[in-house]
Design a protein around this ligand. Structure first.
Ligand SMILES: [Zn+2]
Ligand SMILES: [Zn+2]
Ligand SMILES: [Zn+2]
Ligand SMILES: [Zn+2]
Ligand SMILES: [Zn+2]
Ligand SMILES: [Zn+2]
Ligand SMILES: [Zn+2]
Length: 1798
């Protein structure tokens, strides 16, 4: 049966143990039939096998355990399956699973990071979620849904009918629910019995093994006797133990890594792996050895980790067999979970077994509940998963579990509080699975007193925190970890209460009220906590702790809200709750019952007030008991109850005055704070008040307080109520008619100002009490009305995006604000004009009248902002410029008396005195705000009377007695209140309108209305508008004329503009007059060769950005430089990943793969070189002074020569010197009549004499030795720059030193002349024996050196080395690469070649190309240049088989060095030639161009995309082309059979098309090299045709002209016959890049729907740890590779540092720059190795045009192509480094991200 060879061998030796597994099954079966089979028999089997299979090996590395899993599968797991099934398990189990298929519930347990979906329309609460598979098959995908990612441990609720209001099944599980009725749970009896025994044995075993606490040995029944047969010593020596480390939350990764590295002497990398395992699994075996050794390590580790007062890390020494059994136990749990998945019957059986009572731990489930916190992480999660999949999918089992869970809730939570693992790793987190099920929750409340149990557990924690007054008190500096963990109970309470019962039963009432009484006890502990007393004299010494109380409130507030809602659904419960609350309030009086009240009076009303001085006695903002009463009171009316109802006649009942007292005190305190009386109380109080008012807390704070005061106002006689309030505000004096006169007697400025502020606050409170009726119960409104009101007021400040608006609204238990229900009614969503930004909601115009300037949720700032906005809006639309009070909704029956406040005597008196004092110009207590608020109140009164919601409103009639109308009229003309003129007018009109019916027709002629500013404005405004309009028209006309003129002028001077347009906006000017210029322009400019047209050799002048002085660019003046940034780039690279890394770039030319090369960029800001040096030295000095630890988070790194441009702060790392036009330095050389063929022949002769030699580099010393430049000196003294040996080989590169100083030389030119014969003379003209000296200033030369070092060091990744012969090559390469990438960018942007270059690009190319042109000269090593020229020449013409082939190089990439080196071929210095577009330059171009065409002919697939053949064209068929093509392809060993079917014309068109990138790059290059302006057509889009480009470059444009010559044909065939070409093109070997043109790289294609991306990554596992989830899956947007970021498991060593996966990948894939998408966080990450980076918003938007960085909002997200394109262009234009530097520069956070670890 077992064919394993190894096993056969062993069987021979060990027949007893290794018998196939059958016998044991037979043994079990036998016992089973005798009914004596028990767990012991299973254990007996495992006792022997488990240590054999799973014991760790002593002394081996614990990171490399490998077990014979196949064997284990057979012996251990399959045996069990066979036994249960009594036959082939596969057959039986699959049959069972078919019976169960599909199941009616999903129950999939989520892994961490797995996507979850919740339906905002149908989910019962926010914990109801679906897995991807279910979601995609469910109706909810068309609803409003939210995405999220699981933190692990939850499960899919598909199929749970209680989790969803509608559509509880997805299509898959719907099918299951349809069929599940008829599947009887009919398992054969014997299977059931065997399964039962097996499950029981497995569970018991796993439970025993995993809960083994602190004992190093095994339970006796599992011990292997030493006497037992063990001929081979299979259990090793008995002395094999393991040192096991456990995780905790006190020690950091670093601490443990260091400890391990030192104690067990492993490498850093291994230590990291151990720690990663410990973190993931919760424990890890770090050593397997003898007991003594293991114990020593344990002691060491404990010693190490307990330093610095830490608790020691938990370490155990465990016998190896224990570890083996534990490993197996965990695997068994997995196995069991798998088995349970097959069949529902198994699950029910499991649940029975798991709940079976067997002493001592009652049942397995109970045992796990009680011992959970003793297990390590992975042991816990395995149990949890098993419980979820075994017990929670079936309702009855779930109920049973819920009961057991509730029974032990107290101890589970106690354990959890003591434990330090996260909540999600505790079995306490299972509460969400059972308490959120409504019927279960109701059952548990009614039958298991669950509310009581939970609250009791919480209260027992609270009691510890109470002070002697019985109030909660939190102290700073006392760790509150346990209490914070206790607050998880409040979440559980919330779950239980989240569904209101539809029907109440008596047990449910009893259970709920029992819980409620404890809740009230809790509120009692909070009522009046954190008391504050006004500080007088001194400031507070320390800020009192306030956060804990607010944290508690925030967590509790949902429970309070829900409890109130529950109370509101049942009359009996409501009555009992109200009575209980009243009693509690009575028992907690806020006043001294023995102290007698103060009698206060005002306008013939007197009342006894509770004496309490807010400004001297302690006050609290925490009044949850009073607020709870307010919440209950709102429900009374529904059940025809009120405060005075029979039901509430209890003996100890507080009076309304006593009820409102604490809340009133708090309001007065807040007013006093606003009046500046509490300044000395510090920030703690201000913070409290901020939160009191903030949207997070106000629902159960501010809002309830207002309701409670409204209750008071409706229960207490209006005049008395107002006197109470005035008294508490201490304003009765102010209300005295004689106040002004009295105040004159004791004039105290300060107290007067305070009084005035308090009056304003007092009036505000009245405005709020009267006007804020949008609480259901107070006004006749719904919840939607309330939400609408909030939205209206937010949008009256300004239009808001969805997310911001949502943030201003309070969230309910399900994190919903209810905004969606009403938003479309009140506002309109305006999409942004460009389609990329956020859209905003604008209020519909008809809702503006709802605006209340004194809206109580406005902060002071919002109030003034909204008022300003509304006044402005009204002014614009010609309305009165004021904000009259909004119409009020009718009050509920119980609150009607609030209206009466407006017309009671005290109120009218208050209105009167304020108006009177406003009229009285001498009154000192007047303030505009007071008047404004009083007018607002009068407005309310008038609106109330007008609406007649309550018949008793007779405001105008009563007001007459107080003469209010007259006072208002008088004020209308008062200059003192100019600002409120319009409001006064509005009030007066309203007053007369409301009073009119009562007054009757008597008063037909009311006094004339004062003129309002609005009316004034209108005419003035019209006048103004008309004038503005006329002016605008006039301007437009002039503009049009000017534009026309300009166009004409442009046309006439088109060529002039070509050059000047790009200059505009810069501080540079052309010297010389424009007249001279226009003359020099030719019609068809030609840049190269004998027909070269005129160049512009203008001297340009710049202003130095540092010293502001003007400076002209010439060869000998002080050098000017541009701040520049050189970076190694792979943006154009045609290979990624491995290929890219393996391919060593050739320094000589840019390869066809366009692999890593130095790219140069600049911001275009010009400085004097000496000014820059001063600046840079300063930066250096400043950096070196900075303390080292603060160095990291800088935007630039001086060690790498980085600095920020002094003007624009653009990241730079070198400077690019400005060189005068090359034409001004050198005339083009003669040799006009030289033939191309002759030139090639001459070169071939030169190659014939090519010889190699070694040269010491002595001449260089001069150049380097004279350096005085500090930045250059730092280059030279760089420590690792290689010492100069005999050959001066730069050995600091990776074995590439050969090219360094091994040089080529050739014969003197005379030899060539001789051999060439008559045309020899012409050739020699190209190389004049004496070049006039090129006078580049010393300063300029230095800067050229500096720059060339930058390209050299970046390009090769080496240290600076002034003499390396590769220096000029790398600079030239950078030039080629930069031009190439610009050409790509222009293509991608669809921009013309020349017309729209930015000045930045223009400056960069001009500087770079000119510098390359003079580099041979400045560098001053003629021999090296000559050698390079020869080498390149040899590559091109000899094309040796052992050298590179035509497919290796990029056409333009070889052109640049070739063209720049060739002119020096026969020169020996000291002055070297400068290429300026002579005939020789043309030939160089032509030669490379021809090679490029040959490459196209060889590599292109002409069978595709054949254009329709034109008959005329067909006539001119270019037979030679076909002939050449055949010859070439035959030479290259390719199939030529199809060529005769091809059309030469079409082929030629293709060739021309594919030649364009080369020609475009060449045109850019030669334009800047020669200074010949580009032809006008090249400035136009599409003008860059093959012909136009050839014409500008002086090249022939026909096939004949280019390819006709025999010498070309010979060359072409030579290229084609290169052995590498043959191998690659015949397909024999993969090799160099073989496409006619490289494609422009794009970022990876992203899916439109973001959830698809999340789904993909949920499958992604860390590549470095077996099938483990990756926490931060991150995608490289360049190549699409998925990485496991920010995790120790995937750290890699890079330059001796350990870096995260992204950093490493950025280094490999992007040569140091990376662009990533962090999928779970939904954000873009830019990285610059080694340690810089930044986050950017992702290219995904929700339907409101907003991003969701961090996926907090969870709205469905879709790809925004525009944003993604922007990102793409950022990358393509090499902007990543700059972007990061700018982001780092602008961050202000002190916490820096460890970018290298991402
Ligand atoms: Zn599912
Ligand atoms: Zn489903
Ligand atoms: Zn839905
Ligand atoms: Zn300067
Ligand atoms: Zn700049
Ligand atoms: Zn990983
Ligand atoms: Zn990549």
């Amino acid at each position: 049966m077992d064919s394993d060879i190894c096993d056969v061998d062993m069987t021979a030796v060990l027949p007893k143990f290794l018998e196939p597994s059958k016998p044991i099954i037979e043994v079990w079966m036998e016992k089973f039939h005798k009914q004596i089979l028990s767990g012991t028999h299973f254990k007996d089997h495992w006792r022997l096998w488990v240590p054999k299979l799973y014991s760790p090996e002593p002394n081996g590395s614990c990171l490399e355990w490998s077990f014979d899993e196949d064997k284990a599968q057979e012996v251990l797991f399959e045996t069990l399956e066979r036994f249960i099934c009594n036959g082939d398990p596969q057959a039986v189990l699959s049959k069972l699973s078919q019976m169960d298929s599909p199941p009616s519930v999903c129950g999939r347990v989520f892994k961490m990071g797995e996507p979850t979906y919740s339906c905002r329309e149908c989910g019962m609460d926010s914990t109801c979620v679906l897995c991807v598979d279910c979601f995609k098959q469910s109706a909810h995908r068309h609803h409003k849904y939210k995405m999220g990612t699981s933190s692990g441990g939850g499960c899919c609720d598909c199929g749970d009918t209680e989790a969803w209001k509608t559509a509880p099944f997805c299509d898959i599980h719907q099918a299951g629910s349809d069929t599940s009725q008829d599947t009887g749970k009919s398992l054969p009896e014997d299977v059931v019995e065997r399964a039962r025994i097996t499950f029981s044995a497995v569970l018991k075993y796993a439970y025993d093994l995993l809960t083994l606490a602190h004992s190093p040995g095994l339970p006796s029944e599992l011990r292997v006797n030493e006497f037992e047969d063990d001929p081979l010593g299979f259990w090793n020596a008995p002395d094999t133990y393991c040192t096991v480390l456990f995780n905790d939350e006190t020690h950091t990764f670093e601490q443990v890594i260091n400890t391990l590295a030192r104690v067990i002497k492993c490498t850093q990398k291994d230590a990291i792996e151990f720690v990663t395992n410990i973190d993931r699994e919760g424990r890890a075996v770090v050593k397997c050895s003898t007991f003594n050794h293991c114990n020593e390590l344990k002691t060491e580790i404990e010693k190490f980790t307990s330093r610095h007062g830490n608790r020691a890390l938990k370490v155990l020494v465990v016998h190896a067999h224990v570890v083996a059994h534990q490993l197996y136990a965990i695997k068994l749990l997995d196995w069991l979970q798998k088995i349970l998945g097959y069949y529902e019957g198994f699950r029910i059986l499991f649940s029975k077994v798991a709940l079976e009572n067997n002493s001592p731990d009652a049942s397995i489930i109970e045992g796990i509940l009680l011992r959970d916190s003793q297990l390590w992480k992975s042991a816990r999660t395995h149990w949890h998963r098993l419980i979820i999949s075994g017990m929670l999918m079936d309702y009855e089992s779930k109920k049973a579990f819920a009961q057991v869970f509730t029974k032990h809730y107290g101890s589970v939570l106690k354990d959890f509080m003591r434990d330090d693992h996260d909540h999600s790793f505790s079995i306490a987190s299972m509460s969400v699975q059972v308490y959120t099920v409504p019927t279960l929750a109701h059952h548990l409340i009614a039958k298991e007193s669950v509310l009581f149990v939970l609250l009791n557990a919480f209260l027992s924690e609270c009691t510890r925190k109470c002070n002697k007054l019985g109030k909660l008190e939190f102290e700073r500096n006392i760790p509150s970890g346990a209490f914070k963990r206790a607050q998880f109970i409040l979440y559980d309470l919330r779950y239980l209460l989240s569904a209101k019962p539809a029907t109440w039963t008596d047990p449910l009432r009893k259970g709920f009220l029992q819980g409620l009484s404890l809740l009230l006890k809790l509120l009692e502990m909070m009522q009046g906590m954190d008391l504050v007393t006004r500080q007088i004299g001194q400031h507070m010494e320390y800020e009192p702790e306030w956060e804990s109380a607010f944290n508690l409130h925030i967590k509790l507030s949902h429970v309070i809200t829900l409890a109130l809602e529950w109370c509101g659904t049942d009359r009996v419960v409501l009555i009992k709750a109200y009575r209980a609350t009243l009693t509690k309030i009575f028992e907690n009086p806020c006043f001294d019952p023995l102290q007698s009240g103060d009698v206060k009076e005002l306008v013939d009303h007197s009342v006894t007030c509770l004496p309490y001085d807010v400004s001297t006695q302690p006050i609290s903002v925490h009044l949850p008991l009073s607020r709870f009463l307010a919440g209950l009171h709102l429900h009374l009316e529904k059940y025809n109850l009120n405060f005075l109802s029979q039901e509430f006649q209890i003996t100890h009942k507080p009076t309304p005055e006593q009820i409102i007292e604490p809340v009133l005190r708090t309001q007065v305190m807040i007013s006093q704070v606003h009046a500046g009386m509490w300044r000395r109380n510090g920030y703690s109080l201000l913070n409290q008040l901020y939160f009191y008012h903030n949207v997070k807390c106000r629902s159960e704070m501010l809002d309830r307080d207002i309701v409670l005061l409204q209750i008071g106002a409706s229960l207490i006689e209006s005049n008395e109520f107002l006197i109470h309030v005035l008294n508490k505000f201490n304003l009765l004096n102010w209300a005295h008619p004689q106040f002004e006169q009295n105040a004159l007697k004791s004039p105290e400025e300060d107290s007067m100002r305070q009084t005035m502020s308090l009056v304003e606050e007092f009036l505000s409170l009245l405005v709020v009490l009267v006007g804020e009726r949008h609480t259901p119960g107070v006004g006749q409104v719904t919840h939607n009305d309330r939400t609408k009101k909030e939205i209206i007021h937010q949008l009256c400040i300004k239009p808001l995006p969805h997310s911001e608006l949502n943030k201003t609204l309070p969230e309910d238990v399900n994190h919903e604000t209810g905004m969606e229900h009403v938003i479309d009614e009140v506002a309109e969503f305006k999409k942004p004009p460009q389609g990329t930004g956020k859209g905003v909601y604008e209020l519909k115009p008809e809702y503006f009248e709802q605006y209340n300037v004194f809206f109580y949720h406005y902060s002071r700032e919002e109030l003034s902002k909204s008022e300003e906005a509304q006044r402005k809006r009204r002014k614009l639309s010609g309305e009165l410029e004021c904000c009259p009070p909004p119409p009020l909704p009718p009050l509920s029956e119980g609150f009607l008396m609030i209206s009466n406040l407006l017309q009671c005597d005290v109120m009218l008196h208050v209105m009167h005195i304020v108006l009177e004092r406003s009229v009285n110009l001498r009154a000192r207590s007047f303030s505009e705000t007071q008047l404004h608020k009083v007018l607002h109140l009068i407005g309310y009164a008038l609106l109330e009377e007008e609406k007649q919601h309550c018949q008793f409103m007779l405001f105008t009639e009563r007001a007459e007695k107080w003469g209010l109308e007259g006072l208002i009229e008088e004020l209308s003309t008062s200059p003192r209140v100019e600002a409120h003129k319009d409001l006064l007018a509005w009030t007066l009109i309203k007053y007369r309108k409301v009073a009119a019916p009562r007054r009757g027709p008597v008063q037909t002629v009311p006094a004339p209305l004062p003129e309002t500013s609005g009316q004034n404005e209108r005419t003035a405004k019209e006048e103004k508008e008309w004038r503005a309009k006329m002016a605008a028209q006039k301007r437009a006309k002039i503009m049009a004329q000017m534009t026309a003129m300009q166009k004409n002028f442009m046309k006439e001077n088109a060529k002039l503009f070509e050059t000047t347009l790009v200059e505009s906006g810069k501080t540079s000017e052309l010297s010389g007059s424009s007249m001279d210029l226009s003359e020099s322009f030719e019609l068809k400019p030609v840049a190269l060769g004998p027909n070269q047209t005129t160049k512009i050799n203008l001297e340009r002048t710049y202003t130095c950005i540092l010293c502001q002085e003007d400076q002209t660019v010439t060869a000998d003046s002080p050098a000017l430089v541009l701040a520049a940034f050189v970076q190694q780039s792979t943006v154009l690279s045609q290979q990624r990943g491995e290929e890219l890394a393996l391919n060593e770039p050739d320094p000589f030319y840019l390869q066809s793969t366009l692999g890593p090369s130095p790219h140069t960029g600049t911001c275009g800001h010009v400085m004097h070189s000496h000014c820059w040096q001063k600046y840079f030295d300063n930066v250096l000095a400043k950096e070196s002074r900075r303390p080292y630890r603060l160095r990291q988070p800088t935007s630039f790194d001086v060690d790498k020569h980085e600095f920020l441009c002094p003007l624009c702060e653009c990241l730079s790392n070198t400077v690019l010197p400005l060189i005068p036009p090359l034409g001004s330095l050198r005339q083009s050389r003669s040799g006009q009549s030289l033939k191309f063929e002759t030139w090639i022949k001459a070169l071939q002769i030169a190659l014939k004499y090519k010889s190699e030699g070694f040269f010491a580099m002595s001449s260089l010393k001069n150049a380097a030795g004279r350096t005085t430049n500090p930045s250059l000196q730092s280059l030279e003294t760089s420590p690792s720059s290689s010492p100069e040996g005999v050959f001066g080989i730069a050995d600091d590169t990776e074995g590439e030193g050969i090219v360094a100083q091994q040089l080529f030389s050739t014969c003197p030119i005379d030899q060539i002349i001789t051999e060439l014969g008559e045309s020899g003379e012409e050739f020699s003209n190209l190389f004049p024996t004496v070049e006039s000296e090129l006078k580049l200033s010393y300063n300029l030369t230095e800067m050229i050196f500096l720059f060339s070092q930058a390209t050299y060091t970046r390009g090769l990744g080496v240290n600076p080395h002034l003499e390396d012969s590769r220096v000029p090559l790398l600079t030239w390469k950078s030039c080629a690469y930069t031009i190439r990438s610009l050409e790509c960018l222009l293509q991608e942007l669809n921009k013309p070649l020349f017309g729209e270059l930015s000045s930045r690009q223009q400056d960069c190319l001009e500087g770079l190309v000119r510098l390359c042109g003079v580099l041979a000269n400045a560098w001053n090593q003629p021999r090296v240049i000559v050698s390079h020229a020869l080498h390149l020449c040899s590559i091109m013409l000899d094309n040796h088989f052992d050298g590179p082939c035509i497919l290796d190089w990029d056409g333009f990439g070889i052109l640049v060095p070739f063209a720049l080196a060739m002119p020096s071929l026969f020169m020996s210095g000291p002055t070297m030639p400068v290429p300026t577009g002579s005939v020789e330059d043309l030939f160089a171009l032509q030669l490379v161009f021809v090679s490029n065409i040959v490459k196209i002919l060889l590599t292109a697939d002409f069978t595709k995309g054949i254009l329709p053949m034109d008959v005329d064209d067909a006539q001119q068929t270019n037979e030679p082309l076909l002939e050449l093509l055949t010859a070439l392809r035959r030479e290259a060993g390719m199939d030529t059979s199809q060529i005769h079917e091809m059309n030469a014309h079409t082929i030629w068109l293709q060739v021309k098309e594919w030649s364009l990138p080369f020609l475009r790059c060449s045109a850019l290059f030669y334009h800047f090299l020669t200074g010949v302006p580009a032809a006008t057509v090249l400035n136009e889009l599409g003008g860059d045709t093959f012909e136009n480009l050839c014409s500008y470059l002086g090249l022939p444009s026909t096939y004949e002209g280019l390819m006709g010559a025999t010498i070309i044909r010979t060359l072409a065939l030579r290229w084609a016959s290169h052995s590498k070409v043959k191998q690659v093109l015949s397909g024999a070997q993969s090799g160099p890049y073989e496409k006619p043109i490289p494609s422009i790289n794009q970022l990876v294609t992203l899916p439109t729907d973001y959830s698809e991306l999340i789904n993909t990554v949920s499958m992604f596992t860390c590549p470095n740890s077996d099938h483990d989830d990756s926490r931060n899956p991150t995608m490289c947007l360049v190549c699409g590779e998925m990485l496991c970021s920010q995790s120790y498991c995937c750290q890699t060593e890079l330059n001796t540092n350990l870096v995260g996966a992204c950093t490493f990948h950025a280094y490999m894939c992007g040569a140091g720059a990376g662009i990533f998408l962090r999928v779970r966080e939904c954000e873009v990450l830019l990285l610059a190795t080694p340690n810089r980076g930044c986050f950017m918003s992702p290219p995904y938007l929700d339907q409101y045009g907003e991003t969701d960085q961090g996926l907090r909002r969870g709205n469905p997200l879709r790809l925004c192509p525009d944003r993604y394109r922007k990102l793409h262009l950022l990358w393509l234009s090499h902007g990543i480094h700059e972007e990061i530097a700018r982001a780092l520069e602008s961050t202000t956070t002190i916490l820096s991200t460890q970018w290298q670890h991402l």
